[in-house]
Design a protein around this ligand. Structure first.
Ligand SMILES: [Zn+2]
Ligand SMILES: [Zn+2]
Length: 139
């Protein structure tokens, strides 16, 4: 691709907003993204603001997933252990269902933790410089 203003020059980058090819004279860097000098800078700045807000949102849902995951898994583990212990002590079949419910909680909690891990992995990939990734690629 060649520069959209200087057709004889090879482009060194593509504007994040309008997608035109830019030569070294026409390119500016705005928040780690490339933009047409004096043309799309404002749009590119707005776009990276939205992306930043997006990853902040992801960071918070990552934390929520982790904390609720730990809580749910802990409740599940406690229910499973006490349920089995209670069943062994009393041999009451009424107590059989408690470990089952506990296991469901445990699996649910671990799933949340796994989702949280996927979120933070996606976040880290984002920080590593995938600034051109679109929203649809997140998970
Ligand atoms: Zn542009
Ligand atoms: Zn140019």
């Amino acid at each position: 691709m060649n520069c959209y203003i200087h057709h004889e020059k090879h482009s060194v980058g593509i504007c994040r907003s309008c997608g035109r090819g830019l030569c070294p004279d026409c390119v500016v860097e705005v928040d780690d993204s490339l933009s047409c000098a004096g043309r799309c800078e404002e749009q590119v700045r707005t776009m990276s603001l939205i992306v930043k807000r997006d990853s902040q949102h992801m960071a918070s849902s990552d934390t929520i997933l982790r904390s609720t995951g730990v809580f749910t898994a802990s409740v599940g583990a406690i229910m499973t252990i006490f349920g089995i212990a209670g069943y062994l002590m009393t041999k009451s079949f009424m107590l059989m269902f408690i470990p089952f419910v506990g296991l469901v909680f445990l699996i649910h909690g671990i799933n949340r933790l796994r989702k949280g891990a996927i979120y933070s992995a996606a976040l880290k990939a984002d920080e590593r410089g995938g600034s051109n990734r679109t929203k649809g690629e997140n998970l």
